[in-house]
Ligand binder design. Sequence first.
Ligand SMILES: C[S@@+](CC[C@H](N)C(=O)[O-])C[C@H]1O[C@@H](n2cnc3c(N)ncnc32)[C@H](O)[C@@H]1O
Length: 222
Amino acid sequence: MGKTRDEIAKAYHSEPWWYDIRGFFILTFAYNSTIGAQLRFFGPHFGKNHIEIACGTGTLLDLFLRWRRWHKLPQVDITGIDYAESMLAGAMRRFAGNGRVRLRHADAARLPFADATFDTANIANAIHCFPAVDSALLDVFRVLKPGATMAANVLLYPRGPWPLKSIAERINTWGIRKGILYTPYECEDIRRRILAAGFEIIREIRSGNTYNVMARKPVSLG
Ligand SMILES: C[S@@+](CC[C@H](N)C(=O)[O-])C[C@H]1O[C@@H](n2cnc3c(N)ncnc32)[C@H](O)[C@@H]1O
């Protein structure tokens, strides 16, 4: 049976060095993706008032911001949220002294922000960790301004040749048992859920076991 959000938060309690090494293996062998691909996908996607959903310890967010500085892209105001307090504590240490990054403890499915607050939202490596994915998508939709965009990558059920498929399946089974993965998705399933939340899909790329999707809250909700 799937874990609750509190069991998931507890499962994320680990030493930062182990979290980063483990993340590298999961990214390579379960997602079949790379940090470079994530930087190119999420890095350009920061509007003036941005929300980073499930920011974790902020390791990746920090890399996005470095990537942006390297590409001379504008600095923006960022709100990061995560439900695991141990993860958020790492992000708070990392961004202490950076006045443009605010961090809040929050459930993606119950965001403590007013409707139509943000210009962009990133959900990096996390949708498949949410126990209530439909509620989370609805709440992200709610806090985005009309015309604002959400970028997300979603872990898919593994495909491809042996032994890669089998390695990815084993990592996923371990992740679900531990609680750091709620479920991988079929591409059509998560696509349907994003559309059901009200988004329109403006760009989508399926690569390895990952679905990268850019979706927009329609300007007119009529
Ligand atoms: C694999 S980590 C990704 C962290 C970060 N985005 C990254 O890419 O490095 C998944 C994150 O989702 C968070 N998470 C899981 N369920 C959540 C929920 N319901 N609300 C907010 N964050 C949640 C976990 O605490 C964890 O930090």
